[in-house]
Ligand binder design. Structure first.
Ligand code: NI
Length: 393
């Protein structure tokens, strides 16, 4: 009989892979050993695989027949964090750590691949996507630019992230917007430098930038609809380096988060209007560089419903949160979801928020660790999803 993802032997194997990956974390686009490890695991299963975007790995597993294709995605990269867990399998790479659980995500997807390769209880094709550089370094876009979806077309795509405040054995999934899109901006104000005692001979960019910084806070309160959500934070203000010099230039930088591209564009356009209008009114010039580094993560309603039903089948309806709060953090799977309808969901990694215990530490913290107890749930979700979506006739 084919082992289920809850099979103790498969579970032990997944823990072994997960801890090996944890021990050898690698940063964005440097996931060479990790990609090798994934490739070896796929070779053992007889699943063909290719490199996409340097260190990305994509594998295709065909079922007996059928033409449907489902893609499942995990992320490979670690973070520039110094690990403080004291675990026996703690990172051996100084200053690099799997502090977001991508080691667990990769192991879960390999677990699903192993089960599906053995059982082949589906028709059509499953694409396994192991994505590099999720942590703000553009790995999803790099794969898309390397023609991921032309080389490996699919009709639906699914991805998953662990969530420490959600108990193990629970899932959270919502239709529509789920995580915010993120942009960084730089506003450069150019005035005319002058002696600090003779302001009338110059145009003070610090005064201009101060007014701009204040007025930017009217965008969310006055331009964004009160029923929508956005954040605009000015996080840097750089100008001048002498007591008696009015500088020539000033720079404001910061971040914007919102749940739709339209809203991000609305913020960008108002930011540009305010910066350029205020600067012109005060005799200066302003340029705005607004860069969207994460698209908003938006789940297709039908695919989200489908994913939630799979979760409910797996752990019971009571353990599936179907309307969790919006998340202001970002995720670059969003770019894949802009290409192919699909769903991104959260998997419980620990006790409820505030409780002590394994898996409760927040991600990106030096004490974080992926909870191995979550591995079978993640693997089983992917397996059931494929078996249901590509059910043999
Ligand atoms: Ni992450």
């Amino acid at each position: 009989m084919t082992p289920s993802p809850f099979d103790p032997e498969l579970f032990a194997r997944l823990v072994e892979i997960r801890r090996d990956l944890h021990r050898h974390p690698e940063l964005a686009f440097a996931e060479r050993r990790t990609a090798e490890r994934v490739g070896t695991a796929l070779d053992e299963l007889g699943i063909a695989h290719r490199r996409v975007a340097q260190t990305g790995v994509v594998a295709e597993l065909p079922g007996p027949e059928g033409i449907g294709v489902v893609a499942l995605r995990a992320d490979l990269d670690a973070l520039p964090v110094t690990e403080e867990t004291g675990l026996p399998f703690a990172s051996v790479h100084e200053g690099v750590m799997h502090a977001c659980g991508h080691d667990g995500h990769t192991a879960m997807l390999l677990g699903a691949a192993r089960h599906l390769a053995d059982s082949r209880n589906f028709d059509g094709v499953v694409n396994f996507i192991f994505q590099p550089a999720e942590e703000g370094q553009g790995g999803a876009l790099a794969m898309i630019e390397d023609r991921l979806f032309e080389r490996f077309p699919c009709q639906a795509i699914f991805g998953m992230h662990n969530r420490p405040s959600l108990p193990v054995g629970r899932f959270a999934v919502r239709a529509g917007p789920m995580m915010a899109g993120g942009a960084f901006f730089d506003i450069d104000i150019t005035g005319r430098g002058a002696h600090g005692a003779r302001p009338e001979t110059g145009v003070d960019p610090i005064m201009v930038a101060s007014h701009v910084a204040g007025l930017l806070q009217t965008i969310v309160s006055r331009n964004v609809s009160p029923v929508d959500t956005a954040v605009l934070s000015v996080t840097q203000f750089h100008a001048g380096d002498a007591y008696n010099v009015i500088p020539q230039t000033a720079r404001l930088s910061g971040t914007v988060r919102a749940f739709s591209r339209e809203l991000m564009h609305l913020v960008r356009d108002n930011m540009t209007r305010i910066a350029q209008g205020v600067a012109a009114g005060m005799g200066a010039q302003a340029t705005v560089d607004f860069r969207i580094n994460f698209a908003p993560t938006v789940n297709d309603p039908a695919e989200a419903e489908f994913a939630a039903a799979i979760c409910a089948e797996l752990v019971g309806e009571a353990h599936v949160e179907r309307d969790p709060p919006l998340i202001m953090a970002s995720e670059d799977f969003s770019f894949m979801l802009e290409q192919v309808p699909g769903c991104y969901l959260n998997l419980g990694n620990g006790p409820a928020s505030g409780e002590e215990g394994i898996g409760g530490c927040e991600v990106h913290n030096p004490a974080y660790d992926f909870n191995d107890a979550a591995l079978p749930y993640g693997a089983a979700f992917f397996v059931r999803l494929v078996e249901k979506r590509l059910a043999p006739h």
